[in-house]
Design a protein around this ligand. Structure first.
Ligand SMILES: [Zn+2]
Length: 149
């Protein structure tokens, strides 16, 4: 059964209308990604929903982060996570110029590379990544806590 959603262009009732291939070249690799499309009978628009475009970028990021450490792959993954260079610098406690150097000169820090990969996997698995909690140190825990496994 076809799912009905709100058209992102005119707000009318739009429906799943199949899939199409999108091509994107990232870090020297050509990706062909199958994405869902939505069609709106009212305005005639056919488009790829924003959440599918984000999922596409995260999947590509996850793939390129498994390859060699490259500045362009690092930059792509950072952007797929919705992070500005300054955001990532703050999280990692480095200068924004350092992140810029990793991306432009390809001299990516291994710990930062692995962490970005963990962020991408978390966002793929959870659908979200709590960036605010990454920015600050956690609050002091209660002195006694109960856990269950
Ligand atoms: Zn429409």
């Amino acid at each position: 059964m076809r799912k009905t959603m709100k058209c992102a262009v005119c707000g009318g009732p739009a429906q799943d209308s199949g899939r199409e291939w999108e091509q994107e070249r990232v870090a020297g690799v050509s990706f062909r990604v199958s994405v869902p499309t939505v069609a709106c009978p009212r305005c005639g628009e056919t488009y790829v929903p924003a959440d599918a475009l984000l999922a596409k970028e995260l999947r590509i990021a996850n793939r390129v982060l498994q390859g060699p450490m490259r500045g362009d792959a690092f930059r792509y993954a950072r952007k797929a996570l919705g992070l500005r260079g300054a955001d990532l610098a703050e999280i990692l406690n480095v200068d924004a110029a350092t992140v810029s150097r990793w991306e432009n000169k390809g001299s990516v820090d291994r710990a930062a590379w692995l962490l970005l990969g963990a962020f991408v996997r978390e966002k793929l698995a959870q659908g979200t990544l709590d960036l605010e909690s990454l920015r600050k140190e956690g609050a002091a825990p209660d002195a006694e806590q109960e856990l269950s496994v």
